[in-house]
Write a protein that binds this ligand. Structure first.
Ligand code: MG
Length: 357
């Protein structure tokens, strides 16, 4: 696949200047001014950290030679706090989140843009770490970084670093997965354990005693989804259960597809430390955010090969069939509880924790 390597991080033509102010360890307002200091920040930190060192065009837009007309397009902004957390950081999250939204439409990530909003005073070393992590995750997901922008806010008007990424993907031919395509009789699969990202963030933010044992699952899913689509190209729905967790994602599917969904609580994979943290924090793992999981809804005949393909990938080791799509209870998600009862799963009302992604 042809990859473009053009970057338009800075959009006014000024001559390249290689003098690096070595004494500067923090971001200054002038780094966002669009002049020489911005160019120095790009040349000396942003572009090298993102792994972009050759063929950089400082033009107004990257020109892409997309190899087909089946494109997927998505954008997301990342404001997670803290910037670095067990298992990941804002850079890995910013690449993975957008790659995963493309992957859920059966689209191979093609390119990403990276928009940086930086608070004056952020340490250069922190920015560099986050960007290197972003570039590594983009590489794992198969996406080239082709465009970007940098802005600097005055001190105390931001919180270190916010990142927006926009992605274009090439949809796999024959794949028509979409949120409205679930059919009665379909199997509902999850690629791994619930709630790891949200609980890891909450635990480290609250400085809870068990925080070191919990890691976010943040990861780019395309390599795993690509293998899934090799064996089950006809999957009906794929959805990454991020904010609002599996509960919100399944409620979206039930409503959009006009079907019911029945879950078996005992089949839901939940790590013991996540279960106990949720107990302590008064949360239900089904409502907690994930950043490296996929819900897959497919015809019953595809369920076994799909499960095998997920489990064959390291990110899908704990994949499980967790329920099925029904004709009854249209628009509703019902959980058969471990105790033998039933309860309705509602979409979470609001944000159980802001700044989680
Ligand atoms: Mg999504």
């Amino acid at each position: 696949m042809m990859r473009q390597r053009a970057v338009c991080v800075y959009k006014r033509g000024i001559s390249k200047h290689s003098t690096y102010m070595n004494e500067e360890k923090i971001i200054l307002l002038s780094h966002g001014g669009g002049g020489l200091k911005t160019r120095q920040l790009l040349d000396n930190l942003v572009l090298p950290a993102l792994g972009i060192q050759d063929n950089v065009e400082m033009d107004d837009a990257a020109c892409l030679a997309a190899p087909c007309s089946r494109l997927a397009f998505t954008t997301d902004s990342y404001v997670v706090s803290p910037l670095f957390f067990p298992g990941g950081d804002i850079g890995r999250l910013a690449a993975s989140g957008t790659i995963n939204d493309l992957a859920m439409r059966g689209a191979a990530p093609f390119c990403l843009s990276v928009g940086l909003i930086i608070e004056e005073g952020l340490e250069m070393s922190v920015l560099e770490r986050a960007l290197k992590s972003l570039a590594a995750a983009a590489g794992e997901g198969g996406a080239a970084i082709v465009a970007g922008d940098t802005k600097v806010l005055e001190r105390k008007t931001g919180d270190g670093l916010y990142i927006n990424t926009t992605g274009i993907g090439i949809r796999r031919s024959g794949v028509e997965a979409g949120v409205a395509n679930a059919k009665p009789g379909d199997a509902v699969l999850i690629s791994g354990s619930l709630g790891d990202h949200g609980v890891a963030i909450m635990a480290c933010r609250g400085n809870l005693a068990f925080s070191s044992e919990l890691e976010s699952d943040v990861a780019p899913l395309w390599p795993m989804i690509s293998r899934l689509l090799d064996v089950a190209p006809g999957v009906h729905v794929m959805r990454d259960p991020t904010r609002g967790g599996v509960a919100a994602a399944l409620c979206d599917i039930a409503e959009a597809s006009g079907v019911g969904i029945r879950l078996r609580e005992k089949y839901l994979p939940v790590k013991p430390q996540v279960r106990s943290a949720c107990g302590l924090l008064g949360l239900d793992p089904i409502e907690v955010a994930n950043e490296g999981k996929a819900i897959v809804v497919c015809a019953p005949g595809d369920a076994e090969p799909a499960l095998e393909a997920l489990r064959a990938h390291p990110l899908g080791r704990d994949a499980a069939v967790i329920g099925r799509v029904t004709e009854k209870h249209r628009g509703m998600v019902i959980m058969e509880t471990a105790a033998g009862g039933e309860r309705i799963i509602e979409p979470p009302l609001g944000e159980n924790l802001p700044r989680i992604c």
